[in-house]
Unconditional design. Structure first.
Lengths: 644, 96
């Protein structure tokens, strides 16, 4: 290995800013926000600094190095087996004690490390002052204070990482447990030293006493005697203390973390409750919390509608103004009519989809970055229990309003497989930004905002009922909620805009080529007479059952690729964006209801397959198609009865 | 480490503390869900978040409709589902 290459891993509790540091270092776009559990898989990136090539690995946030959750096992194995040159332990300066509890465990893994003491600004606001030098001395690990979101301290952190990587591991301070425990650790350690094992022997000894299943299993393969001895010694400790051995060790570790925290931090609690606290109390208030939540959702919805509608109109005018000019340039003939149909698709994409998607993401990211989502999880916990889930599931559900794909992956914050399946299922029913384009751009624009709002409420009701139904078919006790409520922050505008920009970039990169291909294939199908064939074949459903124009059948097929394509293709097929001239009120509503539910788009199906396997993904897909068609038909009949 | 056991004092579930009251963790009861398998994981998760025996917990508020409770423990704000909080037994700390 060349001397100029360094691997560094970012490890630490959830929501301390690991991904923020990662993005700063690598220029990549790991998703960041203010709620615990965003990073679900380790991410890797590279940077060049002072002649070094540094590979940076972002690990999921964890509270312990045990093996009760997959993230913990992944992180522990990565650090112990892959042996990165330096582990950067990112800690939240405002919750020092709990973060140090994790630091102490990392130190037991005997890995070279640097501590990034992050969120110094939040700690300061809370009246916490930390003596960095003293902390460094007590732990024997270099500590660099940082405010990652503003990029403060990042270069100093890199310098330290290089320094530590060059020097290699020096003797790292390890905590001493009570005498009765230390004696027993020593006995086991002596035996572990004799075998070849990839974890440090002291670490393995401690973990055996804690009853760690993975290490027990691995060691039993080499020398079962060691495990037997450990089990006997564990019993002895339990008899002395009257608690399980793992509880005793965890308590002592926390005791130590508490001691260090108290020694290095000075608390000057502000005299009056901070604004952060006031907002927190208001937004989680027993009574007021709920109307505030509804108000926030409504204003989000209205802002997107008004802003999106305005921009959409503006763009429409511009393109209509340009139309004669464009026709002039393109001229007449087969080739130009082909080009023109592509142009129409692109114009529809620009005027219908983008104006709604952009403001939507900005608001969603502001909410996410502020820390409000974990409050909503708190408020919605009991309602989510009715669907066999707990409050945390509401976070991916909310993110589903942006895009179902990351939301499905985000369902990994649920603890059991059953809950992940339930959460993923309800998430696919949430109208994503693409479906919002149809709801606001079609129903909102042509029938009025109240119809759009009603559709959202209808959608929520259906989600709740289907969620309950799924819970009934997959019974089991929901895991109880246990979640850290993150501190409120003023949303970081640059981060919000950057993430929105990144999303829009993705939209343009993926959706526009699809729009072009879609427009072209429609032209070709028209030319080959296939268009008629498809609309004919689907007409029993579209015309007879749903009461829609036959041509919509084609748009449903394109919608599988991306939901906004339905409306965009409809406008190319009908050669107008004034949908009121071609669809009746009932048709618009039925069309939108079907689009809202009929199938998760192809990217969501791929995400589903990844998360729950192809069988269940297929099942959900088929169910949703059938459900949407049945629902649409029923809605059409009810609407005809009531509105005629 | 010294045992903080007070047999003469009443152990009550965390959920019976009122808002603003402080309890000291004495034990965590019972396996969670059916079968004892999940029990250990449940206890370990609580421990890792800092709810070890002898720790002070401040009950900040409880959500309506049998919802979760918000607690302050070791300087961090946690939301705990009611089912979980019911299994945490504490000794109420009298006002000093």
């Amino acid at each position: 290995m060349s001397k100029k290459k360094i691997t560094m891993a970012l490890a630490g509790n959830a929501n301390v800013g690991k991904s923020v540091i990662f993005n700063h270092l690598t220029g990549l776009h790991q998703h960041i926000g203010n709620w615990p559990g965003k990073t679900i898989e380790k991410a890797e990136g590279t940077l060049h600094y002072k002649g070094y090539t540094i590979d940076v690995v972002d690990l999921p946030g964890i509270y312990s190095l045990s093996t009760y959750s997959l993230e913990e096992l992944i992180s522990r194995k990565y650090i112990a087996v892959e042996r990165p040159d330096v582990v950067v332990n990112v800690i939240d300066a405002s919750v020092l004690e709990r973060n140090l509890f994790f630091t102490l465990q990392l130190m037991e893994l005997e890995t070279p490390m640097v501590i990034a003491l992050n969120q110094m600004d939040i700690a300061k606001n809370k009246g916490i002052k930390i003596d960095v030098e003293k902390l460094e001395k007590l732990l024997g690990v270099p500590v660099v204070p940082t405010i990652a979101i503003k990029g403060i301290g990042i270069t100093q952190l890199l310098d330290k990482v290089i320094e530590v990587a060059e020097k290699g591991r020096k003797e790292i301070f390890q905590i001493k447990y009570g005498r009765e425990i230390e004696e027993r650790i020593a006995k086991i350690e002596e035996m572990v030293k004799r075998i070849q094992f990839y974890y440090p022997s002291r670490y393995a000894a401690i973990k055996l006493l804690e009853g760690d299943e993975e290490i027990e299993r691995e060691i039993a393969k080499i020398d079962p005697q060691i495990v037997l001895l450990a089990k006997r010694l564990t019993k002895e400790i339990e008899e002395i203390h009257g608690h399980t051995c793992s509880t005793v060790i965890t308590s002592e570790r926390y005791e130590k973390a508490g001691c260090i925290a108290r020694e290095v931090q000075k608390l000057v609690p502000p005299l009056k409750p901070s604004i952060e606290e006031k907002i927190h109390n208001l937004t989680t208030h027993k009574v007021l919390g709920y109307p505030i939540m509804i108000l926030i959702m409504l204003s989000m919805f209205y802002t997107v509608f008004i802003f999106g509608g305005y921009i959409s109109d503006l763009l429409n005018h511009i393109f209509y103004g340009l139309e004669p000019f464009l026709i002039d340039v393109l001229g007449a003939g087969a080739a130009s009519s082909l080009l023109w149909s592509i142009m129409e698709g692109i114009i529809a994409g620009l005027t219908i989809a983008l104006p709604y998607i952009a403001p939507f993401y900005i608001i969603l990211y502001i909410l996410e970055d502020s820390g409000y989502l974990s409050r909503v999880a708190f408020l919605m916990d009991s309602l989510m229990h009715k669907m066999g889930l707990h409050g945390k599931a509401f976070i991916p559900l909310m993110l589903g309003y942006g895009c179902n794909v990351p939301a499905c992956l985000g369902c990994r914050i649920m603890e059991t497989e059953r809950e992940r399946l339930l959460a993923v299922f309800v998430t696919t029913l949430v109208p994503c930004a693409a479906r919002t384009v149809i709801i606001l751009g079609l129903v909102g624009q042509f029938l009025g905002i109240h119809w759009a709002l009603m559709l959202y409420i209808f959608n929520l009701t259906v989600i709740f009922l289907l969620g309950r139904l799924a819970f009934k078919t997959l019974p089991g006790e929901p895991t109880a909620l246990m979640m850290e409520i993150s501190t409120y922050k003023v949303p970081h505008l640059k981060t919000v805009l950057k993430q929105t920009w990144f999303r829009l970039g993705e939209f343009i990169k993926i959706a526009f080529p699809l729009i072009i291909i879609g427009s072209l294939s429609i032209k070709f199908m028209e030319f080959l007479g296939l268009l008629e064939l498809i609309t004919m074949a689907l007409s029993p459903i579209t015309v007879e059952w749903l009461g829609l124009p036959a041509i919509t059948g084609v748009t449903f097929i394109f919608g599988v690729l991306r939901k906004e394509l339905t409306l965009i293709m409809l406008s190319t097929l009908l050669k107008t964006t004034n949908f009121a001239s071609v669809l009746t009120t009932n048709q618009m509503i039925v069309y939108t209801i079907v689009i809202m539910f009929y199938i998760p788009c192809i990217s969501t199906i791929a995400a589903l397959i990844k998360e729950i396997g192809w069988r269940k993904a297929l099942l959900i897909t088929i169910f949703e198609i059938a459900f949407a068609i049945v629902l649409g038909g029923i809605a059409m009949r009810i609407l005809t009865l009531t509105l005629s | 480490m010294e045992q903080q056991r007070a047999p003469d004092r009443l152990e009550i579930p965390l959920t019976s503390l009122k808002e603003g009251e402080i309890g000291i963790v004495s034990s965590i009861k019972g396996a969670y869900g059916r079968g004892g398998r999940a029990g250990r994981g449940f206890e370990k998760r609580l421990m890792d978040m800092g709810l070890t025996p002898g720790t002070e917990i401040l009950v900040v508020k409880s959500a309506p409709f049998h919802g979760p409770i918000e607690i302050l423990v070791r300087g961090s704000r946690l939301a705990l589902g009611r089912g979980m909080a019911e299994r945490i037994f504490v000794v109420k700390k009298e006002n000093v």
